[in-house]
Design a protein. Structure first.
Length: 215
């Protein structure tokens, strides 16, 4: 095993994990949908930006390990560029640019999905190369589950475009809160699965070192 590369991966994965915790905290702003909540909760939005920066640094550290990590870094960079363009479009009062910004939101969501898929698939390939097939399978399953949750969340958003659902208060509320719940569950899952993978990896690594010392 390349010890230097393994240390890079551990640092990268730790920063990724911290980023997911920050994203989870940022969700507690509830996007201003509940007027009875204290206004200071909006300040939690800053954790989203902190999480992105921390996670980006982590991905940049690991990008040389395999091509999947490199692709995840490139996807992250494109996501940042599209986000900036989207923010600029939202500052306009012209309907053309506002609609363009809404379209870019879907592009950004697709990029986010692609990023997580590349990252977890990169983890899968790296763990398999170390001989940790069991941990690798967890990473592969994590990629599949994330994509599934993402598609479910996007479906709930897509359905709200239909006039019949817009006019139906019950259906509209169910889909709106459903989207929020799916988002929350997704980031809770990312934190939990990242923690499990990291604990298992350190445990296997310790067992391997103890086995080498016993020889």
């Amino acid at each position: 095993m390349d010890e230097r590369q393994f240390k890079k991966f551990k640092i990268s994965f730790t920063l990724f994990w911290i980023g997911q915790i920050c994203f989870l905290l940022s969700l507690f702003t509830f996007e201003g949908r509940f007027k009875f909540l204290p206004s200071w909760l909006i300040l939690l939005t800053i954790f989203g930006y902190i999480g992105f920066v921390v996670m980006f640094i982590g991905i940049a550290i690991s990008c040389g390990i395999n091509k999947e990590f490199y692709y995840s870094l490139v996807t992250c960079l494109i996501f940042a560029g599209v986000s900036v363009l989207q923010s600029v479009c939202y500052t306009s009062t012209d309907d053309f640019y506002i609609n363009w910004a809404k379209g870019l939101e879907w592009s950004n969501q697709a990029l986010k999905c692609l990023f997580y898929f590349y990252f977890f698939y990169g983890c899968y390939k790296y763990f398999v190369s170390l001989g940790h097939t069991e941990i690798g399978k967890k990473s592969k399953i994590a990629a599949i589950i994330f994509v599934s949750l993402f598609l479910l969340e996007r479906l709930s958003v897509f359905l709200m475009f239909f006039n019949g659902i817009k006019a139906n208060i019950v259906a509209n509320r169910i889909l709106t809160f459903g989207q929020m719940i799916i988002n929350f569950v997704t980031y809770v899952y990312l934190v939990v699965i990242s923690t499990i993978i990291f604990i298992r990896l350190n445990k296997r690594r310790k067992e391997a070192l103890d086995h080498e010392e016993a020889k």
